[in-house]
Every structure is written in structure tokens, then in C-alpha cells.
Design a binder for this molecule. Sequence first.
Ligand code: DAT
Ligand code: MG
Length: 150
Amino acid sequence: MQQTLVLLKPDAVQRGLMGEIISRLERRGLKIVAMKMIWMDEALAKRHYAIHEGKPFFAGLVDFITSSPIIAAVIEGENAVEMVRRTMGETDPAIANPGTIRADFALDIGRNLIHGSDSEENAVKEIELFFSKKEIFDYSRDIDKCLTGS
Ligand code: DAT
Ligand code: MG
């Protein structure tokens, strides 16, 4: 089963939107297999966003993501990477589809509430950056049989 990394960014924590966002992922049927509150330091922020190093928004992004505690979670499900990305919406809330987390709760590309890995390959790397194997749980839920027809 596919896993992906989700971060609820400082704006989600500060605005009291953690429950709302987690609830949307849960209600979709996705399974949370790890979750914790952490305060990212500059080194972790730079590693996590290494692909954006050199871009004009990089310094601001690192400052923002380290400005408050955040929630880190591992989400599991069939096609979880894409399911989470589509539930989040486009990076820029201004063009995200209504009904997505970013369109419904955010205005600004730099304050878009949630991170989700963008590929299975990156998900594996990002999960390793935030979680040890022991922090990720393998468990089943009775509702899982209600979520698919197969
Ligand atoms: P995503 O978070 O949808 O994967 P990304 O990986 O392209 O988007 O960028 C990472 C984060 O960096 C994004 O969530 C918000 C910030 N960001 C991206 N482009 C930006 C821009 N043009 N101005 C300000 N912040 C930006
Ligand atoms: Mg990205």
C-alpha cells in the first residue's frame, strides 16, 4: 500500500485548522499510520525543501516552516500520493479548485497550509526524513472493507 508524507504547516497550527484538515483526509478514507507535532529546525527545513534551494522564495519558505510547531503525518492508502495531492489542491490557492483544502482555507501561495509528497519516490525519502520505522504503525481498520468494492 502506498504511503505519503503530510505536513500541516505553521499556518494550519496557528489558525486552528489542524482538525479540519486532518478530518478531510480521514473522511476521504485515507489511513493515518503515523502522526506527531514537531518543530522543524533550519537544517531539517533545508533538507526537506532542498529541491527549491536557489529559488527566490526559498529563504522565506524556510523561515515560515520553522516559525511554529507543525504536524507531520504518514498517510496510507491506494494511490495515497495522488489522493492527498488532489485533496490539497494546487500549490497556489488562487487557482486551486474549490472543495480542496488550499482553495477552501487559504489565499496565498506562501501560506497554503499543507505539504504532501509529489511522487512515490519523494514520499519514501520524505517519510524517512521525519519518521523512524518504529513510529509508523501497521494496523487494520474495520472500515477499510467499506471503502472499496474489491
Ligand atoms: P507544493 O507544496 O504544492 O508541492 P512546491 O513543491 O512547488 O509546491 O513548493 C513548495 C512550497 O514552496 C509551496 O507549498 C509554497 C512555497 N512556494 C512555491 N512556489 C512559491 C512562490 N512562487 N512564491 C512563494 N512561495 C512559493
Ligand atoms: Mg512540493
